[in-house]
Design a protein. Structure first.
Length: 326
């Protein structure tokens, strides 16, 4: 079983599913001959040919529309957008068509398409390359939103997303593409969608996070342990639909919760989780729910990225504040 990076796990999952299912088609800008801007599709053209690995023009709305047409015709397209900031021209296609096909046809048709995009800051990229706007898609009925945080989860969740009969927005943390390696068995075994993964068991506080900030959250939990604070770490993984039951069960045990995400604070997914905890778990809470998030600003350019991105220090500070409550 080989150790691979997160981006290699994406490539491996695509290759596996294309091998076993001839209906899987990969398309996007520079994904064929060049293997994608992050090399996530490298080698697929040689293995599966130009009919199934398709370079497209620089036209995101067209990529979205083409993927939807393929999907309702019986194919399983996996469309790559080079960066999350480039996906916005395709919002009309994804929101008004992909998300509505099943409802519009009263279940006679579905749209088994996956819309992939790298997201997040930390790679010293220019404007539109560092967005973390998963909350936009989480608000849309009919869309599933998945955000892996490790090679193994990227592999298993992408397989599950391709096999899902409805549209999936699959957002990959570019900062973690090559951050670490992990053993991943290329056995075609999918991981379940719509469930959280408990990465660390604890008793004093629940840390809820996803995607790129799983790295900092786990590191913060290690540091808190040295202070005698036992933190449970939950990787949400599927942002929509949200597995609130796992989060509630953890908060019932710990009595405290800190939600950590890279996206802007206002209207973020963390606000929805906090609201659900207030609605359904208020009697479990020993302290107010805290959020550690990005700022309500445009993601800054490279020199200021580190001031925008939540850090271990920010997470630890939030935990220390709520530990003061009895």
């Amino acid at each position: 079983m080989a150790e691979i990076t997160l981006v290699e796990a994406i490539t491996q999952a695509l290759a596996y599913e294309m091998k076993v299912d001839p209906n899987v088609i990969v398309l996007g800008e520079d994904i064929a001959k060049n293997g994608g801007v992050f090399r996530a599709t490298v080698g697929l053209l040689d293995k599966f040919g130009p009919e199934r690995v398709r370079d497209t023009p620089l036209a995101e709305s067209m990529i979205g529309g083409l993927a939807i047409g393929m999907a309702i015709a019986g194919l399983k397209p996996v469309a790559e957008f080079q960066f999350m900031g480039f996906i916005y021209p395709a919002l009309d296609q994804i929101i008004n068509h992909a998300a509505r096909i099943r409802n519009r046809t009263r279940g006679r048709m579905s749209c088994p398409a996956v819309f992939r995009a790298p997201y997040g800051c930390g790679i010293r990229a220019p404007e539109h390359h560092s967005e973390s706007t998963e909350a936009l898609f989480a608000h849309i009925p009919g869309l599933r939103v998945v955000m892996p945080s490790s090679p193994a989860r990227a592999y298993g969740l992408l397989l599950a997303s391709i096999r899902d009969p409805d549209p999936v927005v699959f957002l990959e943390p570019s900062r973690l593409y090559r951050w670490a390696k992990q053993e991943v068995r290329d056995d075609g075994k999918a991981l379940p969608l719509d469930v959280c993964f408990t990465l660390r068991v604890g008793t004093d506080v629940t840390l809820v996070t996803w995607g790129s900030l799983v790295k900092e959250t786990l590191a913060a939990a290690e540091m808190l342990a040295k202070e005698g604070i036992s933190a449970e770490v939950i990787d949400v993984a599927t942002i929509k639909p949200l597995d609130i039951e796992t989060i509630l069960a953890s908060v019932e045990k710990t009595g405290r919760c800190v939600i950590v995400h890279e996206g802007a604070r206002t209207g973020g997914v963390g606000a929805d989780i906090s609201a659900q905890l207030a609605e359904r778990g208020l009697m479990f809470l020993k302290a107010p729910v805290q959020r550690v998030t990005g700022y309500d600003t445009i993601v800054p350019y490279a020199r200021l990225e580190k001031f925008y991105l939540p850090s271990e220090k920010h997470i630890i500070s939030a935990v220390q504040q709520i530990m003061e409550f009895a």
